[in-house]
Write a protein that binds this ligand. Structure first.
Ligand SMILES: O=P(O)(O)OP(=O)(O)OP(=O)(O)OC[C@H]1O[C@@H](n2cnc3c(O)ncnc32)[C@H](O)[C@@H]1O
Ligand SMILES: [Mg+2]
Length: 195
């Protein structure tokens, strides 16, 4: 069986990929199986960072690697935090710290101006050199307080008007049908089938 290494340390992302790519004939590993690999996310865009992650892992392991760089673009903040989403409240910020910081920056923004989108860039790198990049987006609204226990990261404050729920109130299977990551993963699957 082929091996696919998800170039992430994020347990939430990994579990989503396992669910979304589970039916493919690949054994799925992640960075936790290769703890000695260091990745420097110093790209200037989601695409560059996704590619840095996947290339580093493909080079060190000799396996097919998938890099995910994702984040939140908030309209009222001119697209911030963007590629800095993970480090929004500082280098070692927790999800809770980041949510707190975003809610405080948004405290005077009225409901009708709280539009945001989740962005996901996925880079698939084959050890012999083939590269594919795909994107996915998910539109929502920044809630005024956290709600829900599912998912990870900013999910508790990402409100989906069509569901009247935050992303963290959706069961995992539902999130994995509509998320930015799901949209990008759907396209990446095409490149993994028949290889
Ligand atoms: O770099 P790796 O090891 O993959 O893990 P990471 O968590 O650092 O991932 P990123 O650098 O891509 O940063 C993504 C940020 O966006 C957030 N994020 C990404 N996808 C999300 C999702 O589906 N739901 C909620 N927050 C998400 C996540 O919590 C991080 O703060
Ligand atoms: Mg990261």
């Amino acid at each position: 069986m082929n091996t696919l290494v998800i170039a992430t340390k994020n347990a939430g992302k990994l579990s989503e990929f396992k669910q979304m790519l589970g039916e493919l004939p690949y054994r799925i590993l992640s960075l936790t199986d290769f703890p000695y690999i260091e990745i420097h996310e110093d790209g200037k865009s989601f695409d560059e960072n996704a590619l840095i992650k996947a290339k580093t892992v493909a080079t060190h392991t000799g396996f097919v690697a998938l890099g995910d760089d994702s984040g939140l673009e908030v309209e009222a903040l001119g697209g911030r935090p963007g590629i800095y989403t993970a480090r929004y409240a500082g280098e070692d910020a927790s999800d809770k710290d980041n949510i707190k910081k975003l809610l405080s920056e948004m405290k005077d923004v009225p409901w009708e101006r709280r539009q945001a989108r989740f962005v996901c860039s996925l880079a698939l790198v084959f050890p012999e050199g083939r590269i594919f990049i795909e994107h996915g987006f998910c539109e929502g609204i920044i809630a005024t307080k956290p709600r829900g226990k599912h998912g990870f990261g900013y999910d508790p404050i990402f409100y989906l008007p069509g569901y009247d729920k935050t992303m963290a109130e959706l069961p995992d299977q539902e999130k994995n049908k509509i998320s930015h990551r799901a949209m990008a993963a759907q396209k990446i699957k095409m490149h993994l089938i028949g290889t």
